[in-house]
Structures are given as structure tokens and as C-alpha cells.
Ligand binder design. Structure first.
Ligand SMILES: [Zn+2]
Length: 332
């Protein structure tokens, strides 16, 4: 069909009909994502998360992937929402606003937003634009409006930076700060960030550019003393990590870490750097760097050795998948 020969009435009819088909297709896409999510089929295909799969395996942009995940999960809670998306009454961005706000409520107030509350606020968003919906959702859940990062150069040329961390990310920052409490006595996040940045610069460019050393010297603590303390802290770190990582994963990690030599673990980390899980069919490798754990390719109980050739790095999701497969526990 040559679109040039359509008059404006015909073009209008055509775009409306295509748009309705697009929403029908979206409906099918969301139901399919919901099924993939509940069965976690992406793990076997070498992806560490549904988000990773939709971006790297399917080809969605990060924003599109997140909006579709938000909607698919909301449909699981509130099946009637599927029809409202299909009819065009509700848009994906509005659903994402509600899901994001619900996560914020959970983070800041430790309260679970109920399906009824979500439905109530969604009903109020019908036929509203994005910024009006944003205001409505923020007011409904009584959330502070600031979400985005912000930075501003101040009079003395220092830079004021504000950003939001997830509950998990913040917990990790606190653990890292405690681990460094000897070499970096202040609890200031700015100092902490500078310390990390110095480390990265030193690692990438060599010691000449390192000001963290100076900082440590100024703090008056002997470097060896600090190192001993940090070693001691490693133990506490594992105990604390148990609070944010499900216990079975930690058990697996501890069991693995207790035996292979620290030298082998260092070599392994230097060689592999990321999750080695591979889909046997497509050969797709996960490569996630999220909560990497040392795994015995042949498990200890099956006679696997602690030697380097039997060790591999796996992300938390794939270590868990392997564990569940080996022990015959299935996702419910
Ligand atoms: Zn992985």
C-alpha cells in the first residue's frame, strides 16, 4: 500500500487501527514476560536477571525493559490491569510510576503497598499525562518528590552531589565503610567515595597519582596495622553479608571459600572477572558481576577438588540456580 495516496480520514483510520493492534501485541508481550518471569527460563539461557535478558537477549532498551517488567509483575498481582493496558486506558509509564513508588514506600517506610492501593491510584491516573500522573502518585503515597541525582558547583568550587541509593546498595556501602573503618575513620560518604576513587586511579594509573596513601598517612594509622584490621574485618563482613544475601548462597560461598587457597581465589578472580554460567544450547555467557561467588564446577559432595581448574566464578543468581538443580529443589 502506498501511504501517499491515502487522504487524511483514511490515514486517521489507519493509525488508529494500527495503534489498537500495537496494544494487542503489547498485551501478548506482557503475558509472555509474566510467564518467563515466573519460570525464570532466562537463567538457563545464561542471563542473570529478567532485565538483563530483555535488554541483552531480546533487544529492548533499558527503559522499555523496565516498564515491561513493571507491567508484567503488576498484571500478576492485578490481572484486570491487562485489559486496561490493552484498551489504552492505562499506559506503561503510569504503571512504572506506581511500581517504582511502591518500591520507594517499601524502602523508606518498610510498608508493602497492597494490590487494592495500587488499583486505587491507577484508576485515578486514567486519561492523565505523565507529569500529572507523577504528581498524583507521589501525593498518593506521600513520597518526597526528589528522585533524580543532582549536582551543583558551590562558591568554593566544591560540588554538592545528591543521589538516591537502593536499600541494598546502601547496606553494601555501610558494610564497606565498616571494613575500612581503620584506614578511613570518618563515616562521611564523600570521604568514602574519594577513598574508592583514589584506589581506582592508583590501580589504573599506578601509585604516582594516588592521594589515598597521603590521606591514610595523615590519619596517623600505620598501614600494616590497618591491613591486619581489614583482614580481621573480612570475617565480620561474611557474617554481615549473610544479612543481605539469602542464607543458602552464603553457606555455599563459605563452604567454597573455606578450602581453596586465597592465591587460587585471587588468580580465579583476575582471570574470570564475571559470571561464567553458559547456556549449553546457545553458548550465551551471563558475564554478570553481581555478587560473584566462587563455585566448584564439580561440587564438593560429588568429589570435586579445591584446585583452580575446578573453580569458577558465578553470580548469585546462577550459583543459586546450580545449587537448586543439583539438590533437586525447584522454583515454586
Ligand atoms: Zn550469572
Amino acid at each position: 500500500m502506498n501511504l501517499k495516496y491515502l487522504n487524511r480520514i483514511e490515514l486517521d483510520q489507519r493509525i488508529k487501527s494500527l495503534s489498537a493492534k500495537e496494544r494487542d501485541l503489547l498485551h501478548e508481550v506482557l503475558l509472555t514476560i509474566k510467564e518467563i518471569d515466573s519460570r525464570r527460563t532466562y537463567l538457563d539461557m545464561g542471563f542473570g536477571s529478567l532485565f538483563d535478558y530483555l535488554v541483552k537477549g531480546v533487544g529492548y532498551s533499558e527503559g522499555s525493559a523496565q516498564r515491561r517488567i513493571d507491567a508484567a509483575r503488576l498484571i500478576r498481582e492485578l490481572p484486570q490491569v491487562a485489559e486496561k493496558i490493552q484498551s489504552g486506558e492505562l499506559k506503561l509509564n503510569q504503571i512504572s510510576l506506581v511500581q517504582k513508588a511502591s518500591r520507594e514506600v517499601w524502602k523508606s517506610q518498610s510498608k508493602q503497598v497492597t494490590a487494592e492501593q495500587k488499583m486505587e491510584v491507577l484508576e485515578s491516573l486514567i486519561a492523565k499525562g505523565h507529569s500529572e500522573s507523577h504528581q498524583q502518585v507521589t501525593a498518593f503515597f506521600d513520597l518526597p518528590a526528589v528522585q533524580n541525582s543532582y549536582q551543583k558547583v558551590q562558591a568554593d568550587e566544591s560540588v554538592r552531589v545528591e543521589f538516591t541509593l537502593s536499600k541494598e546498595a546502601f547496606a553494601k556501602v555501610k558494610i564497606a565503610q565498616e571494613l575500612l573503618s581503620h584506614s578511613l575513620p570518618t563515616q562521611d560518604i564523600g570521604d568514602f567515595l574519594e577513598y574508592l576513587v583514589d584506589k581506582v586511579i592508583k590501580q589504573k594509573l599506578g601509585p604516582a597519582n594516588n592521594s589515598a596513601e597521603k590521606h591514610m598517612a595523615e590519619s596517623g594509622k600505620a598501614a600494616t596495622e590497618a591491613r591486619e584490621q581489614e583482614q580481621k574485618n573480612q570475617e565480620d563482613f561474611r557474617n554481615q553479608a549473610a544479612k543481605i544475601v539469602p542464607s543458602e548462597q552464603i553457606t555455599a560461598t563459605m563452604a567454597a571459600k573455606s578450602a581453596p587457597s586465597p592465591k587460587d581465589i585471587r588468580t580465579l578472580k583476575a582471570q574470570q572477572k564475571c559470571c561464567q554460567f553458559k547456556d549449553p544450547v546457545t553458548g550465551n555467557k551471563c558475564q554478570s558481576r553481581w555478587l560473584l561467588q566462587v563455585d566448584h564446577q564439580q561440587s564438593r559432595w560429588a568429589g570435586g577438588k579445591h584446585d583452580l581448574p575446578n573453580l569458577q566464578l558465578l553470580c548469585a543468581s546462577h550459583n543459586k540456580l546450580k545449587y537448586k538443580k543439583e539438590t533437586g529443589i525447584r522454583y515454586l
